[in-house]
Design a binder for this molecule. Structure first.
Ligand code: ATR
Length: 291
């Protein structure tokens, strides 16, 4: 790629940024598709967050991704927010239209596409259980409610947090049966029998602490369920191994990560990157992405 006076800038904002794969995959496709842009990482310290965003606008950056800890904080700096991002209350992709910033949540898009395409799972009318009540749980639960889930159970180690999320969803989605509980085997063991979809949004089993007990007891899975762990490093976490042993279908979070990036690319540039090539370059580099 030849950088010249017309080269456009895309980027990632977060703090700290760790080993993000976003620069690798986006720059790969920009080059391959002959698009005159570069994708850069900007580690913005919290005390200069606002100045940084103003700077990106002043430099006419075409668009950027937002990651931890700014997915909520960016909302007050945007001119417009897409509907699903607004419902979730978090933005991970921003498009700059001549100084007007619009926020999107392509994590939500990626999550739904992963269920449908890689999980061959149709959300409408199903029963789902989410473990964890942080940001990832909030996105996943909102997508499920928006897409016609019939029953949604949210379990968390700290019960209050699950209760708060359930309350928000109950008000917004009165047609969905929603229940929150503490993460307790007495509650989830009977429930698991009728669950079609289990989503683990906790970091349990993530590198380096891979040899731990799964967040749901090994005896509770069944063969007609889909089990999703949003962790992708390692690709087979403790919960996915246990679920597989019971004959359940399993997915890790890697497809979601790539779909969210592809959707952001499309929002900025109107073109579709080749995701198969992204899988290949990630495998070739043997890297362990964080975002
Ligand atoms: P994210 O934004 O990725 O969802 P988060 O906001 O830190 O991350 O949320 C992590 C979730 O995993 C929380 O619900 C947390 O439970 P608490 O609310 O009780 O802290 C849950 N979690 C983290 N470690 C856990 C563990 N060892 N067992 C069970 N749940 C755990």
């Amino acid at each position: 790629m030849n950088i010249d006076t017309n080269t456009g800038i895309l980027g990632l904002i977060g703090y700290p940024l760790g080993h993000s794969i976003s620069p690798l995959i986006h720059n790969y496709s920009l080059k391959k598709m002959n698009l005159n842009y570069v994708y850069l990482a900007f580690e913005l310290k919290p005390d200069i967050f606002y100045k940084g965003i103003e700077g990106l606008k002043a430099l006419n950056i075409k668009g950027f991704n937002i990651t931890i800890p700014y997915k909520k904080k960016i909302l007050s700096h945007l001119d417009q927010v897409d509907q699903i991002a607004d419902n979730i209350g978090a933005v991970n992709t921003v498009v700059n239209n001549d100084g007007k910033l619009k926020g999107y949540n392509t994590d939500a898009y990626g999550f739904k596409k992963m269920l449908e395409k890689d999980g061959d799972f149709s959300i409408q009318g199903k029963k789902a259980l989410i473990v964890g009540a942080g940001g990832a749980s909030r996105s996943a639960g909102t997508v499920l409610c928006e897409s016609g889930i019939k029953e949604l159970y949210i379990l968390n180690r700290t019960r209050d947090k699950a209760e708060n999320l359930a309350q928000i969803w109950k008000e917004k989605y009165p047609d969905v049966f929603i229940k929150s509980e503490e993460l307790n085997i007495d509650f989830y063991k009977p429930l698991m029998k009728k669950i079609d979809l289990l989503i683990d949004t906790t970091p349990v089993g993530m590198e380096p602490e891979v040899d731990v007990k799964p967040v749901i007891d090994r005896d509770c899975f069944h063969s007609s369920m889909l089990v999703v762990d949003l962790v992708y490093n390692p690709p087979q976490t403790t919960i996915l191994k246990a679920a597989k042993k019971s004959g359940a279908r399993t997915l890790n979070g890697m497809p979601m990560l790539l779909y969210q990036a592809a959707e952001a690319f499309k929002l900025w540039l109107g073109k579709e990157p080749n995701i198969e090539e992204w899988y290949q370059i990630i495998a070739r580099k043997k890297i362990t992405p964080t975002d």
